[in-house]
Design a protein around this ligand. Structure first.
Ligand code: ADP
Ligand code: MG
Length: 138
């Protein structure tokens, strides 16, 4: 099924200068960049975006980390985009991520883990709406 999903290149990967290498993983694996912007998130925006994790012990750290530098936010489009992106990302903890995945290759730790990706089609729709207007997706 043709889908769209939200991807974020997190501050650690942007700071490392691997935006291009990560985008290449998507484009080389059948995911088209339908929307893209580089932004410095505010504490309020990052907190709202990760509100589902509010009760988790790492919520404060997660929000601080996500505003520690600019991020690149993308809408990825393709066949089974949600699952395909999750496969390309690898496990949340880079130490458990399969070889060749983005997190295995570019991430250092479970909190600085290079990328975010929507975990379901329903969340993808909501996350895309959270960051993009219709005219920014083409
Ligand atoms: P994913 O990003 O793989 O979907 P989650 O949705 O479970 O993972 O968590 C969101 C983000 O919160 C993770 O990408 C990671 O940056 C951070 N995180 C998750 N678990 C932990 C943890 N145990 N300690 C610190 N940060 C965590
Ligand atoms: Mg998640």
């Amino acid at each position: 099924m043709m889908e769209q999903t939200l991807s974020i290149i997190k501050p650690d990967a942007v700071a490392k200068g691997v935006i291009g290498k990560i985008v290449d993983r998507f484009e080389s694996n059948g995911l088209r960049i339908a929307g893209m912007k580089k932004v410095q998130l505010s504490e309020q925006t990052a907190g709202e975006f990760y509100a589902v994790h509010k009760e988790r012990p790492f919520y404060g750290e997660l929000v601080s980390f996500m505003i520690s530098g600019p991020v690149v936010i993308m809408v990825l489009e393709g066949e089974n985009a949600v699952l395909k992106n999750r496969d390309l990302m690898g496990a949340t903890n880079p130490k458990e991520a399969l070889a060749g995945t983005i997190r295995a290759d570019f991430a250092e730790s479970i909190d600085a883990n290079a990328v975010h990706g929507s975990d379901s089609l329903e969340n993808a729709v909501n996350e895309i709406k959270f960051f993009f207007t219709e005219d920014e997706i083409c």
